[in-house]
Ligand binder design. Sequence first.
Ligand code: FES
Ligand code: FES
Length: 219
Amino acid sequence: MAQDKLKPYQKNGEVFKSSTASRSRRNFLKGVGISGVAVAASGCAARSASAPESAIEENDPEALSKVAITLKVNGEARKMKVQPNAVLLDVLRDDLQLTGTKKGCDHGQCGACNLHVNGKVINSCLSLAVMHDGDDITTIEGLSENGEMSAVQKAFHENDAFQCGYCTSGQMMTADYVIRSDDIPASPEAWREAMSGNICRCGAYKNILSAMQQASKHV
Ligand code: FES
Ligand code: FES
């Protein structure tokens, strides 16, 4: 064989033939390769046959990065796991199917996503769900009282304070806060100013103010 003609060499006092050394190393690597593949394959087979679903999920980087939180939504504790960057609006709409809260601009400029957190109004499109672990959240679905429309909901209905309705849940959540707030004077100017973060493309502003004035007599 060609490699048998290669010259022997010395190392640490021992004589080696380069062909032997090279063949041994090749054979060793081959052996490791085959057994390594066999071990890996048997490992996969064993895993797919016997590993529980949860163990597979634990190795899923997406599932691993999720954070466990509990939101108290409309009086009900909702435990869930969310990505650290999940937006509160998306979690409510997509995970909890509370689609009454709308996504308009998604940039904190229109108020369509407004809801109450611990009694204050916030833009839910600008807030991460993980920041609200343990918080008390009220969405438009929770504004009604014992299955009856709230004072604000009734007043919006009776005053035709909407047209297409897309902005309406956000308008009502802000309006409900404004008419109850001790910090906002009960004047048309102050209420218009307080409602200025809620945009209505249909221009129902006049009727929204009338609805707030009516509702304020019943809260
Ligand atoms: S969708 Fe949040 S402010 Fe417009
Ligand atoms: S009712 Fe249409 S955007 Fe306000």
